[in-house]
Design a protein around this ligand. Structure first.
Ligand code: IMP
Length: 428
């Protein structure tokens, strides 16, 4: 198949960055495209022991000959994007992919961050202004790169939105002090500077991405799409309201790029156990020594916020749900090595609600609060598996674990991560 999308099946942090970075190496992919989310994402790529963390830049950015596209569905904080590019260029110079940003991308403005700070706490958001910015996108109040063609037009848009948001923050949210912090001249000057710094970078372009992607497809080139967050954080299909504000499932690709891939392979990334940051239900969550071990061995601390992640057993009903919602063609399992040394492992394969067995993941939060996972317990393995490159060379118990996931989720595992490095991967 010509094009591929890599997306999360659980609550994010599955290790999508590593899989995208690995696939991006293939010659057939000339572009790597982000299509939703913002700098709430944190994608980690490790090359030769060197760790790179990306928030807005697609994980294919380390390939100089590729183009990385930030599609219209992504919301952009131009200051963060500049910092990210600058930090990268300090390490690799201009030897990174060309960056194409959609002119239709909406900008995260300072009032979005303030509002997220006021209301995001109970959902445990990343406090990056994500929810309030997408609210403005849908309320048709957003400011886009398109609005920044001239300083005068941009200034007028800021003036208009600032007046509204000052009232919102000061009166509706009762925080006049925070409202007073917003200074029109300072906002216009700083945003104008950040946007122009992007425009001045010869490896960056702000343009029509849909047109550009269509041209790539017409030439027969392959495009790799990179989802951020994950299926259960999708605003439509996740554990609402404990979700992010974008479509992290495959549908987001279409609206977030304005492009229809003719042939698309859908790869779901599954961490070998489950983690979640922020609040909301998590039925297979553990709070014992196993959770502590997963957190420490798996470095389960947020790439974006540094928060410790909640950890628990693998839930195959979630993967099965993600298969149906996204039409998964295959699965990449990550961090299998983290499970080495745990004597007995458990995988949720169904739920019990009011004495009845449910074979599907109960996405309704009320139901989820009452549902109890039904586990299959399997043997663990002792061996260090980080040097294994062939499925047949994995310990028998590890192979059984993967087969159990395949049977319960009805999807084939084609890649298995056995360490953080680019090459620590089994391809079947
Ligand atoms: P927001 O996206 O900042 O609005 O946060 C909404 C929810 O999504 C919170 O529970 C966050 O912790 C979670 N979230 C957002 N982005 C990510 C991510 O990239 N990985 C994991 N969780 C995320």
């Amino acid at each position: 198949m010509n094009h591929a999308v890599v997306l999360g099946t659980q609550w994010g942090d599955e290790g999508k960055g590593k899989i995208v970075d690995f696939l991006a190496r293939q010659k057939r992919f000339t572009s790597v495209v982000r299509y939703q989310g913002g700098n709430n994402a944190g994608h980690t790529v490790v090359v030769g022991g060197e760790r790179f963390a990306f928030h807005l830049l697609p994980s294919g950015i380390l390939y100089k000959q590729k183009t990385c596209v930030i599609g219209n569905g992504v919301i952009v904080d131009p200051k963060v994007l500049n910092f990210e590019i600058r930090r990268l260029e300090k390490r690799v110079g201009k030897k990174h992919a060309r960056i194409l940003i959609s002119e239709k991308c909406h900008l995260i403005m300072p009032w979005h961050q303030i509002i997220d700070g006021i209301i995001g706490g109970k959902l445990g958001t990343t406090q990056r202004g994500i929810g309030p910015c997408y609210t403005d996108v849908n309320a048709r109040r957003g400011i886009r790169f398109m609005d920044a063609k001239s300083k005068k037009v941009f200034g007028l848009r800021v003036k208009e939105e600032l007046a509204w948001n000052k009232k919102l923050i000061g009166l509706a949210y009762g925080q006049p002090k925070l409202a007073r912090r917003l200074n029109e001249a300072k906002i216009v000057t700083s945003y104008w500077r950040w946007i122009n710094l992007l425009k001045a970078n010869r490896r960056v372009e702000i343009d029509d991405c849909s047109e550009w992607l269509n041209r790539r497809q017409a030439k027969g080139e392959g495009i790799l799409f990179e989802g951020a967050q994950a299926t259960l954080l999708d605003v439509a299909h996740g554990t609402y309201p404990f979700v992010t504000s974008s479509n992290a499932t495959v549908g987001g690709l279409y609206t977030g790029t304005g492009f229809r891939p003719r042939q698309l392979s859908v790869v779901g990334v599954v961490k070998a156990y489950t983690t979640r940051v922020g609040t909301g239900p998590f039925p297979t969550e553990l709070t014992d020594a196993v959770a502590e071990r997963l957190r420490e061995v798996g470095h389960e601390y947020g790439t974006t916020t540094g928060r410790p992640r909640r950890c628990g057993w693998l839930d195959a009903t979630i993967v099965n749900y993600a298969r149906k919602i996204n039409g998964l063609d295959s699965v990449a399992v990550t961090k299998l090595d983290v499970l080495s040394g745990i004597e007995k492992l458990k995988v949720a394969v169904a739920y019990k609600v009011d004495g009845k067995t449910l074979n599907t993941f109960p996405v309704d939060v009320e139901l989820l609060n009452q549902a109890k996972p039904v586990y299959r317990q399997v043997a663990g393995w002792e061996e260090d598996i980080t040097r294994v490159r062939k499925f047949s060379q994995l310990p028998r118990a590890a192979r059984e674990y993967i087969k159990l996931l395949e049977a319960a989720s009805e999807v084939k595992v084609t890649m298995i991560g056995v360490g953080p490095n680019r090459n620590e991967l089994i391809v079947r």
